[in-house]
Design a protein around this ligand. Sequence first.
Ligand code: AHR
Length: 492
Amino acid sequence: MEKYLINPNQKISHISKDIYGHFSEHLGRCIYEGLFVGEDSPIPNVNGMRCDVVNALKEMGIPVLRWPGGCFADEYHWKDGIGPKENRKKMINTHWGGVVEDNSFGTHEFMELCSQLGCDSYIAGNVGSGTVQEMSEWVEYMTFGGLSPMSELRKQNGREEPWRLKYFGVGNENWGCGGNMSPEYYADTFKRYATYVRNYDSKNNWIYKVACGPNSEDYRWTEEVMKRAHWIMNGLALHYYTVTGNWSKKGSATEFTREEYYTTLSKAYKIDRIISRHLEIMNRYDPDRRVDLIVDEWGTWHDVEPGTNPGFLYQQNTMRDAVVAALTLNIFNKHSDRIRMANIAQTINVLQSVALTDGEDMLLTPTYYVFKMYKDHQNNTLLGSYITTEKEKYDGNELPQLIESASVDENGTIYSTIANTSADAGAEIKCQIADFEVSEIKAEILCGKPEDYNSFSEKETVKSAEFKDFTVSKDGFTAKLPPCCVVKFVVK
Ligand code: AHR
């Protein structure tokens, strides 16, 4: 029997809702088909946004959406995506399949999508192939309420009031697809571009500036960028993808051995150590901890589904992916004192998606249910918690069997989420909550075999359900968790 302790007296940090954020790039079928089908589509839509997807994302509690990339951001010229659609420039999407981008989804459409979703916006600007003026004018176009060339242009295009822009990324992966820069060069470039990302209305629309951060374990990048530019940024963005094999042979999304299953999970769990090491460096240059860590790309990256365009990054999503999401979100909660936002890649039809579409059909992936179950943590306070558990090493990477986090909302209700990473072993846990008298507990579970997934012919193979295998005690509960599962307890 494992011991699980939750301490409501130990209130650690605010869990920013934006930790549960998402990412949408002009890549494959994420924007076109996935989110946007156009006003004339037979697929039910409001102003071109597909209703089934928008409703599902709202229900899941999407708090913030990142756009337009990714690598696409550093070759995107925003003026090509405004004005009458028939006049919009067509371009080649060189990174993703070499397809024609007709720019029918641009700034106005993205802001309309965010408004339908009821979520905040996070836009990544073009540093790699754009100018300082272009970036500066984009921010003016979106956020300036007074009289100026860009606000007049916005009005001509049908939008009178400025939009609220919460986050602005100054480039993306500028160590790679965003210009192959050294950290020293990027730090100077960031300062130059960020200077002209103006706050036109600091009171109502203060823009949070995100600098391009490291790729995975590139600690030198963090060191150099923090050393030179920490004072002018609000957040530094880490990217970390879980790749089971290697970049040339990543492994199938649905067919994998037990060994590969554990390799995936242990590689995903490694993000905990990586975050801690980047934070140590950041804290040295920013002892007041003013600059947050942002994880604006994370998730599993498998081989594309057989027969699909390799540049479209379309992959299925199994219980293995759901456990990756669950353990990662528990880790983010535990680091919520320093992580302000995270964005899983990518919302629809690309990499670790929460929904997949096929024409007018849509399915929800196992990862979707994890986000829906975990939405209760948004804007709560992280509590001190600890669980005893077995730990194994796979390929030198550690993996605990049980990974948890707990939070409390403003009414004193406690939410605990636990992932059981074992493919074959269940776990019995005894939870005790300090100085707490339990009046009611409800629980929800997502479980299955690691390879289980939802297909268009069987959409509900994996779905969350009420969990009943627990007994309530005076100060907690005892529960029997099945193998390969994610469970949420709501304790009043
Ligand atoms: O999410 C897919 C790609 O991964 C993004 O465009 C890029 O930023 C990263 O390399």
